[in-house]
Design a protein around this ligand. Structure first.
Ligand SMILES: [Zn+2]
Length: 489
């Protein structure tokens, strides 16, 4: 996949990330849970090509009560899950126990900020009980593993109102609709009929009638209600894994020996071993070292290297930062380019920011590594980084100079760019003018008087783009794209 397709996919993933964020917020603020990610990527939309086959577990978990949550965000609110006839791939096979909760939400990506509304919580058991009323969607080709969608119908009016009366026997619900009332009945097609209670007011888009029972309560059972230490000793990896994850938040000290034993146990699943180190790593440098070895050593699988890097990125210690820097800098080694890029990403987007280290990576010979490092440089640059960028504009190295010019222009540091024009070598001056053309026109306008005639002329030409109707965001390249569709034989 190219980087443009990645950006499109990231936009699609963002919906799930926003939903997971809103569900986390609701579960913590309104229901008393303490939520952590069970799936490391539930709340990040970065697209990586190295695919990591994770444990079959839901996105989120509460470390106090141990309840697991799977959040689903869509542009339209619907209770829909992907399903399959293949063993282990059915809608319920995601490590969801009967009392664990699916959270469905509507995500509106068109508002700013993005809004998430109408969260509907249903336990796995709730969906199981209503299976008869659920509908199979179109089955994709057999080559795709008989993947399909399964929808549990519900009624969500597009107006606000209040439930007036519920008639269970006839499976009907009467609601107010403006100054009148409306009687809704869906009884025949649904095996069971559930509604909001009479007297409940609802806003537009909120489901009023369901073929399933909405979770009665998703309140946290409270601190200490989950025997996570016992779970650590379970023979079942699906039970042990969440307990290992939770240990980091609940305190690893009393279970350190168990975790160390698990990390060293070569008979265990690699993901479990890695997670044991990841939970120990914030307080145990030896585990950081183990994750570093896993990422760098010659015989590691790419997915294990990647997961080691992502877990190191979560740790706010100097050792973890040094480890990421070591991995990122492994030019021409067994460490794949994308793993190096992920390590660079962790130094800017991870738990501990290290802009001075990123400065050593933004000119890496690998375009992938260099661009990842540049993309996560902080928007406010520390003075030492700024000074170094200005040095790059004085030397005759076009690659470094271009990096510096871009980083400065993105931050609208136009006065610095204009000053650099005075001392830059001739070919570097042109790169600086190009960068000034990218900076905000408003910021550059005020400084035009300080430019020599040649640079001013250059910027004037770059700005002419704004007057060219075929170079606007929605028209740039349109004629070439149309010509490609002129084929007729
Ligand atoms: Zn809880």
């Amino acid at each position: 996949m190219g980087f443009k397709e990645d950006a499109d996919f990231a936009r699609f993933l963002s919906m799930g990330v926003y939903a997971a964020g809103a569900v986390t917020h609701d579960l913590e603020q309104n229901h008393g849970h303490r939520i952590v990610e069970l799936d490391r990527c539930a709340k990040a939309n970065k697209v990586w090509q190295t695919k990591i086959k994770r444990m079959r577990l839901p996105d989120l978990m509460c470390v106090d009560c141990g309840r697991r949550f799977e959040s689903k965000g869509k542009t339209k609110l619907e209770v829909k899950l992907s399903d399959s006839t293949l063993p282990g791939r059915a809608w319920r096979d995601e490590g969801m126990r009967p009392d664990d909760v699916f959270a469905f939400a509507r995500v509106n990506m068109k508002t700013s900020p993005v809004s998430v509304s109408n969260i509907v919580y249903v336990t796995r058991q709730g969906l199981e009980d209503a299976l008869e009323s659920s509908k199979e969607g179109n089955r994709k080709s057999v080559s795709e593993g008989s993947e399909m969608d399964r929808t549990w119908p519900m009624w969500a009016p597009d107006y606000a109102g209040e439930v007036v009366a519920v008639d269970d026997g006839l499976k009907k619900v009467r609601v107010t609709k403006g100054t009148r009332t409306y009687l809704y009945g869906h009884g025949k097609r649904w095996a069971a009929f559930h509604t909001l209670a009479a007297g409940t007011a609802f806003e537009a888009g909120r489901p009023v009638a369901f073929c399933f029972r909405v979770a009665d309560s998703v309140a946290c059972a409270g601190e200490g209600s989950w025997g996570w230490k016992e779970d650590l000793l379970s023979a079942d990896e699906d039970i042990r894994f969440p307990a290992v994850k939770a240990a980091r938040f609940l305190g690893t000290e009393p279970v350190e020996d168990i975790l160390v034993g698990m990390a060293d146990d070569e008979a265990s699943d690699w993901r479990l071993r890695l997670e044991a180190h990841a939970s120990l790593a914030p307080t145990r440098p030896a585990s950081v070292a183990a994750l570093l070895v896993l990422a760098e050593r010659a015989d590691s699988a790419a997915e294990a290297r990647m997961e080691a890097v992502l877990s190191l990125s979560e740790i706010d210690t100097e050792e973890a930062t040094e480890a990421l820097y070591s991995i990122a800098g492994r030019v021409e080694s067994a460490v794949p380019e994308e793993v190096r890029a992920a390590a660079a990403w962790g130094l800017g987007a991870g738990a501990r920011k290290a802009p001075a280290k990123l400065m050593r990576l933004v000119n890496d010979p690998s375009v992938l590594v260099a661009t990842h490092a540049a993309a996560v440089m902080p928007s406010y640059l520390p003075q030492e980084c700024l000074d170094e960028l200005l040095d790059w504009l004085r030397a005759d190295d076009p690659r470094r100079a271009a990096t510096a010019a871009h980083l400065l222009a993105e931050r609208d540091l136009v006065a610095e760019l204009v000053n650099a024009l005075r001392t830059a070598p001739e070919d570097i001056r042109r790169l600086i003018v190009l960068a000034l053309g990218d900076a905000s026109r408003e910021a550059v306008s005020g400084l035009l008087g300080r430019l020599d005639a040649q640079s001013r002329a250059g910027i004037a030409i770059l700005w002419a783009k704004d007057d060219d109707w075929l170079r606007q965001p929605d028209t740039d390249g349109i004629i070439d794209a149309l010509k490609l569709q002129a084929l007729r034989r």
